[in-house]
Design a protein around this ligand. Sequence first.
Ligand SMILES: [Zn+2]
Length: 252
Amino acid sequence: MNNSELERYSRQLLVPGFELEGQEVLSSASVLIVGCGGLGALAAQYLAAAGIGRLALVDPDRIELSNLPRQIAYIEDDVGRFKAEALAERLGRMNSTVTVTHHPISFDETSGSSLLTAIDAVVDGTDSQATRLVIDRLTAQKALPWFMGAAVQMAGQNIAFTGSRDEGCYHCLAPQQTSEAAGGCATLGILGPVVATVALRQVLDVLGALTGVAKVPWGRLRQYDFRTDTTASLPLPKRAGCRVCDPDVNTR
Ligand SMILES: [Zn+2]
């Protein structure tokens, strides 16, 4: 680590359990961000600022004016640009030591496999249950951890999935999820700090998983209701016979 890096990262190098070793692990790690909206763009900014080695950004959408109240990586002049491209440019200006690649495409069964090449962890920045199911299947095949996040109106949730899925997987949970049927942020609304809080929990989990600086609550569904200031942390309902995480019927 050179003098400029020692100065840049000096405050996090002081944190017990992170230190020089944590910084070096971080600088050699690659994270894929699926979705560059309220969750993904903020997570990407914090990971880049912290000195992650490589970020791959995936999002087929362009920036809209209605994104700006919470997707604070973007400015008014960015409206109409591809999110992945504008975010990559922004991250390059934030921390030129980070290698950033951007892909203005959807993450699906076809594109996902190659996008996951040489990746250590995946951050879910989508607002789509269908895309999360694809992330769950493809990362299970490669035994990669992924960090789910979701937020709508004044509520949010996080789950950190291990590569092994010993604690269960998103497919175990998905039959109970009705967020898509009820509508997403575009129809129900969202406050910026709500989605930001969820995104920062994802970043803390990624940092904890990569460096060991923090305990990661693997396989727990963490729910936040910011309207009533209540939180909950529940074990995943691991399902016998799950096609992704039950080794007896594994059809990954
Ligand atoms: Zn499962």
